[in-house]
Design a protein around this ligand. Sequence first.
Ligand code: HEC
Length: 258
Amino acid sequence: MQRICFFLLLCFPTLVFAAASQIPLDKVKIDPRDQASLQRGAKLYVNYCQGCHSLQFMRYNRMAVDLGIVDTDGKAHTHLVKNNLIFTGSKLHEPMLNGMSEEEAARWFGMVPPDLSLITRVRGPNWVYSYLRSFYADASRPWGTNNLVFNDVSMPNVLLELQGEQVPIYRTEVTKAPGGASREVQVLDHLELAKPGSMQPQAFDSAMRDLVNFLAYVAEPVKLERQRIGYWVIGFLIVFLVVVYLLKKEYWKDVKNK
Ligand code: HEC
């Protein structure tokens, strides 16, 4: 029996993950072609996230060119980038690091906030989107906040002023103990907006989509290029297939006739 279970787990690894995460994730649509969304996401990122997190694999000038923040020569628009996206005193060609030292971060948060260059590839865009929308008030935590998809998180809710304050709503579930006695447990059911923020819920969701879209771009800046080259490669293979097929027919014609 054990062997069968092991075999089934090997065949369906997703079953294991499904059991580990019970919170259904919200879906987000990523579109690397939507430059306006990427620009809004970059602005949110430098204003709300870069104080603590770094993007060590992305340089300001590369981002500016990819996001269409360019001058008439097609180069990064120095003035626009310096005034709107660089708040750390970095140069245009430097990577997007944060302004905080690792010792300070460890003292304040108990850990160094992770680099977010590859976060959407590690966690997936849906997880990051759900995470950013799932902070809720929890007086038992040091920063007075907790997160539905990341229990006991040590990141403060930096989006509080935009989203407003969410509070947890619990439901009572009856569970049966092995001895037969049943007991009631409180299970977190969903979050409710108790105090509105400066953004309407829909506008906040759309802003978080922009932010995740930007982080997904940072995680794979060459995605559009890769897809474009992919079409050419497939096209070439199809043409090549026809040539090879005709060649094969030509060779076998002689073999068959003998
Ligand atoms: C005040 C500092 C601070 C700011 C500002 C901040 N974070 Fe964080 N963040 C942290 C810390 C600390 C952690 C580590 C949490 C943990 O592991 O418990 C973290 C963790 C995360 C994680 C989870 C990483 C993982 O372990 O998978 C994500 C995603 C994230 N932050 C995204 C963001 C985004 C997006 C913003 C901007 C809206 C932001 N953070 C702003 C401090 C910050």
